[in-house]
Design a protein around this ligand. Structure first.
Ligand SMILES: *Cc1c(COP(=O)(O)O)cnc(C)c1O
Length: 436
């Protein structure tokens, strides 16, 4: 059986079920698999003929082993991934991996839907209601909420920073209803994350059966490895340097890519793209971690001042900064550069990229400056549909974006949220109220 240990204590090990249902270890650490399974030569030889779901089954069964039977796992996968993840090639060298074809138009649908299904599987038959807490800087909230929508025995509280996410994102969170409660926090995303983290280690909240659904949950990380394999299928064979550029915030997406590499996927370099919230870029440069308050940017799902998955990356590379630098290049870009990149991609390639993908594009361009272009095959992760950021495109002339119908629909509904300050006591009292 695969065990999961806490990043705060390697001797604190639990099974997958506990890791998924707790989210965070008792000691405040994040769960990590005790080893990274290696895929067989055979698997890689046949990769090009495997479907996304076949890849998902092969990989997830290595992490889940006998804790979920194969038939159940197969139906979890089928339920979770009923949308495509195509690579659109901009030119000979660069392709865009579109991860926004899920129900909430962002890559977080991959993790959120898989996690919701796995949790639903684990709690089937329990008598106590499960309360999920999720802090969001934009897209997590709607993805998680959507994944759990209508799941029996589960209530979801989505915490988001008031006035700091786009109107569209707010509507997506506050118009769902049913078992989803939107909590509008007067503070930053980091405040939201702090409230959630504190609640988990608060023994006085034991009675209300809390669980997490942030990118820290291991059941969200595992499915994010799948699309790296799927994208790799699309890369022409040859003697190339293969790079994946990842728009990064809490570093869950990047961590999943690194795990895919450690499982054997031959990716040469990861480009960790950050916006002005460049804590990770500075860490790669200096080897020192200086967390700080996040600031608001156009690519707001990356507005993170204390990236939660960094400890996992440190674990994967035994805390050795040189090993981390061998596989990760990082660069940061501001909003002005982001807007220019959107325009550049549109006029050069006739492709509309979202602000997060634009930052990833810029970082990959920076990386190849000092390289032989002809040897590169690069994949840019496009993490959200541009229509989610219609306010950004109002700043740019001449780019039309089409609004997908499911987005149009939720924009017409009324917002429903509960306002709270960023004070922990107030949050805790709210949680302890019955029938909230
Ligand atoms: C969450 C998010 C990111 C950042 O991903 P992390 O895994 O937190 O690094 C990037 N782009 C979009 C659109 C997101 O929603």
């Amino acid at each position: 059986m695969m065990n999961y240990y806490s990043t705060n204590d390697h001797n604190n090990k639990v099974n997958l079920r506990t890791a998924v249902m707790k989210g965070l270890a008792k000691d405040g650490g994040l769960f990590m698999p005790e080893f990274i399974p290696k895929l067989t030569k055979d698997f890689f030889q046949n990769l090009s003929v495997y479907s996304f779901n076949e890849i998902a089954l092969e990989i997830s069964s290595r992490f889940i082993e006998d804790e979920i039977g194969e038939t159940d796992l197969q139906s979890i996968i089928e339920r979770s991934f009923d949308f495509p993840s195509p690579v659109v090639w901009l030119n000979e060298y660069f392709g865009v991996l579109e991860l926004f074809h899920g129900p909430t138009l962002a890559f977080k649908d991959f993790g959120a839907r898989f996690m919701a299904s796995v949790m639903g599987h684990f709690i089937a038959g329990d008598s106590k209601e499960l309360n999920i807490l999720v802090a969001t800087s934009g897209d997590t909230g709607s993805a998680v909420a959507n994944g759990f929508l209508g799941v029996e025995g589960i209530k979801v509280f989505v915490l988001y920073p008031s006035g700091q996410i786009s109107n569209t994102q707010e509507k997506q969170i506050t118009t769902i209803g049913k078992n989803i409660v939107a909590l509008e926090i007067e503070g930053t995303f980091d405040d939201c994350q702090r409230l959630v983290k504190k609640a988990f280690v608060d023994s006085e909240l034991k009675s209300i059966h809390l669980s997490s659904a942030n990118s820290i949950n291991i059941a969200r990380l595992i499915p994010q490895t799948f699309y790296y394999f799927e994208a790799y299928k699309n890369i022409p064979k040859g003697d190339h340097e293969i790079i994946f550029s990842v728009p990064s915030g809490n570093l869950g997406n990047l961590t999943a890519g690194l795990i895919a590499k450690l499982m054997g996927l031959p990716i040469n370099k990861f480009i960790a793209a950050t916006n002005s919230n460049d804590v990770f870029t500075q860490y790669i440069r200096s080897g020192k971690l200086n967390t700080r308050k996040s600031e608001r940017t156009l690519s707001n799902a990356m507005d993170v001042g204390d990236p939660s998955n960094l400890v996992r990356i440190m674990e994967l590379f035994e805390n050795k900064i040189d090993l981390i630098r061998d596989v990760i290049f990082s660069e940061s870009f501001n909003d002005t550069q982001t807007l220019q990149a959107i325009t550049e991609i549109n006029s050069n390639y006739n492709y509309v990229i979202d602000p997060h993908g634009a930052v990833a594009y810029l970082a990959s361009k920076e990386y190849i400056k000092s390289r032989d272009h002809n040897k590169i095959k690069g994949v840019i992760l496009e993490t959200a549909h541009p229509a989610k950021f219609s306010d950004v495109y109002e700043l740019i002339k001449g780019i039309e974006i089409e609004m997908p119908s499911r987005l149009k629909e939720c924009l017409t509904k009324d917002k429903k949220s509960i306002k709270l300050s960023s004070d922990y006591k107030e949050f805790k009292d709210f949680l302890l109220q019955k029938d909230n």
